[in-house]
Design a protein around this ligand. Sequence first.
Ligand code: SAM
Ligand code: SF4
Length: 325
Amino acid sequence: MTGILDSFGRSINYLRISATDRCNMRCIYCMPPEGVPQMSHSEILSYEEIRTVAQAAAELGVNKVRLTGGEPLVRAELPKLIKMLSQIDGIQELSLTTNGTLLKNHARKLKQAGLSRVNVSLDTLKEDRFQYIARLGKLKDVLEGIETAKKVGLQPVRVNIVVMRGINDDEILDFARMSYENESHVRFIELMPFKGIAESVPSIEVRQHIGMIGKLEPCPSITGNGPATYYRLAGAKGTIGFISPLTELSFCSRCNRMRLTPDGKLRPCLLGEDEIDLKVPLRNNASMEQLKLLILKAVASKPEHHHLKETNDRPVKRKMSQIGG
Ligand code: SAM
Ligand code: SF4
């Protein structure tokens, strides 16, 4: 088994790297309309520093890396980072989570640099609603981005939808029907609390609703283990996944990841405040062995589960865009 065993027997083999805190959208559940104060360029890890952390993690058994943000495609020369990461021994899968607005222009270069596949976040198929939810950007660009990603072979493309009651829950069936189309994979995500913005819809309710158009049969993940549970509509080529941090009891028991923030903090849990600083050691020329010890320390401090239910709010020190979702 690859990965680093944590205190609860989970194998941690997946590193999510937030390449930037900047974003060209302002999704209502992620950021206020005016955005959040930006980190200075000197605070953000350089590509060389990110590579060093990924190298140390890979030497410990991490074999999957995902780039996220903020919006990773707004960082200059992202394909350069992808190429650097793809050359690390042991990293078998390199993927990207994006809002898709810049994907059309970048997809080919990303593929050539060694990216395996992309997840695209898209919460509505209606232009006016897109303006309401994302505040910036254009739906047309995201849809063209998805098509281009498929064309250049960044597959499987997965579309992630955050379901919000009274905002986009009337589009659940439209998204589910996408899975009938040429291998489109869609995943419904439970909204994590962002005070006063919207109400989350439990995955079970979404699943029952989709049951109206066909029987959902459980099926394995197309890309190995992770936080989602997967189903397939009879006759569909693509899958339908559910990510249920709020309502699924076993959600945290399947956690296989840790996160690196743009400013070089390793976060054992998305929904906890704990962070281990790697930037200062990196800039003080820490050895690979020292970095590995810090990574092991972060894994050892992974909590058994998050406390969203009890606190009903996400961590306050950082916004989702500063962690990477
Ligand atoms: N900008 C990229 C994007 O939107 O895909 C990558 C960063 S974004 C923070 C990563 C993921 O976090 C997206 O799929 C987004 O929908 C999700 N996300 C952000 N805030 C969330 C919230 N409050 N609840 C659930 N998912 C959230
Ligand atoms: Fe930007 Fe992604 Fe947050 Fe939307 S969810 S504001 S696209 S970082």
